[in-house]
Design a protein around this ligand. Sequence first.
Ligand code: FAD
Length: 640
Amino acid sequence: MKTEIREKVDVCVIGAGHAGCEAAIACARLGLETVIFTVSVDSIALMPCNPNVGGSSKGHLVRELDALGGEMGKNIDKTFIQSKMLNVSKGPAVHSLRAQADKADYSRSMRHVLENQEHLTIKQAEVCELLWENLENGQKKITGVKTFTGAVYECQAAVLCTGTYLRARCLCGESITYTGPNGLQAATHLTDSLKKMGIELRRFKTGTPARMDKRSIDFSKMEEQFGDERVVPFSFSTDPETVQKEQVSCWLTYTNEKTHEIIRNNLDRSPIYAGIIEGTGPRYCPSIEDKVVKFAEKERHQVFIEPEGLYTNEMYVGGMSSSLPEDVQLAMYRTVPGLENCKIVRNAYAIEYDCINAKQLYPSLEFKNINGLFSGGQFNGSSGYEEAAAQGLMAGINASMKILGKEPLILDRSESYIGVLIDDLVTKDNREPYRMMTSRAEYRLLLRQDNADIRLRKKGFEVGLISEEQYNALLKKEELIEKEISRLKNTSVGANKEIQAFLEKHESSTLKTAATLAELICRPELSYDILSEIAKEREPLPDSVIEQVEIEIKYEGYIERQKRQVEQYKKMEKKLIPETINYDDASSLRLEARQKLKEFRPVSVGQASRISGVSPADISVLLVYLEQLNHNSSKNGFDN
Ligand SMILES: Cc1cc2nc3c(=O)[nH]c(=O)nc-3n(C[C@H](O)[C@H](O)[C@H](O)COP(=O)(O)OP(=O)(O)OC[C@H]3O[C@@H](n4cnc5c(N)ncnc54)[C@H](O)[C@@H]3O)c2cc1C
């Protein structure tokens, strides 16, 4: 006789990719009984595309996630094989850490964390159905999930992190397979259940390049790319001395006219250009076909050859993702200097999958019309491991806060890239996979990757993911920074012979009158380190403190100006819009604005101002209407 398996837990996390891992670990660390589902336990934290974590703006996300108590930063510090701080020739706002990962080791290490996490159970099973009940207010409330084998897991909250697996199909020229990445099983049943719950779905696509056998590559025709001599860890909890190790190289080569000609001659066989692919692809991660068509004037495109790990000969061909047929792929790759005799281990391919438009979510990443259902990652319409992990953490934290009866953690655009990411996803009508970029963050001089702990560690401590010890270490760091900045601002040096000689040595203009050490540090040719020559008595300080002191002093003017802009921004964010507002009553609002506001139902005037189609004039009308509403309700004895 068949017995139905019925388990009772607090949270079900559907997906063990970069989003699901962060969500599940957060819930379990906050003491909630959590089950994490995946179609294959061997693919936990799989990197189906580029073998690296971080890079421009993505490094910021990883640092912020780490400051809040997430896992990705620690995991890449344990499994990286090359590390580089990007954009060091530019200002600190765009300095970004990027590390090459040993993919197999990254997945193994994250699996180890999950397997040893208290309150967390891993289940290899395809979730096919969400279970719910209807509430009196017409909303639905999640009550559980059902797997392909019929097992039921009752829960108070669920987090959807299905990535690129929902009704996935992979395309390599005319060859189409109905699988997830790397030939893994696709999740083909859940979509119908989501649609039944009233969730709108759409098709997105992304692509990956071929993997080559290292022994078939001629590296003498490429430029070797080295990691940094002194490695900076991603995690604020990682001791920098533990990440100083031997590193592998990456290699740079280029496509050429022969490559482009082969692609142009075979565009009719590309599923993208033949219209076979339905899903919309990422503008900022274009396939090589797209690059050749859209940037026809470019004679060559960069190609980065990156190792996939220490114990594999597979090399990733960065910059040449494609879905052209296998024979065309071989021909095009073999025109690239160094790849003339390349052997393809895995073909390039494109993958299509179901995902949502995140405007269906609150900034807490909970569905507006389904109580207790949250989502994160590629399923929300983003692209990238880091974007996924950041959302997964926030969805996990907020599912936990909901169960624990606490306020959700909402980060705004002036506090973090995570705030920018989620606000853009839930407020902007993104028609393609969303990828983070520094240009998306208005206040990027304040949102640097080096001060993520100062910006966010307190919030991680308040939600319960950061320990007292970690939080006290941050308070100590802040105290040291403040003390040293004050010392430098209040310590003057005279225009004496020793100082003048020091300034001449560093080709810096000599002093006419006394100057503070802070004023000297502001000189581009001088720095905190250089000043050690004339400030022999000073206490030794940790590198991370010196970094903050120097940036705060050198960029003080810009930082202060940006802080004033943030004050303006926060004023609008604080102007909340009542959930019950009926925009049709605001008759002087333009029709388009009314339609958009009804569609997005923003939580604040600030969020309303970022919805495309809502103009500044509409915002003024809305502010007046809210004043009237306030006035009427206080006249009738209600508070808004
Ligand atoms: C071919 C390819 C190319 C890519 N190219 C790029 C790129 O160029 N640039 C870029 O930034 N990113 C790229 N990515 C995206 C990147 O891989 C993702 O952004 C990232 O992996 C998303 O993480 P995630 O946690 O949201 O989902 P995923 O890593 O996809 O993980 C999803 C998880 O959900 C599980 N799952 C799904 N449905 C179910 C179900 N019903 N029941 C149980 N388990 C389920 C799966 O087993 C898996 O564990 C690419 C991905 C692929 C596959």
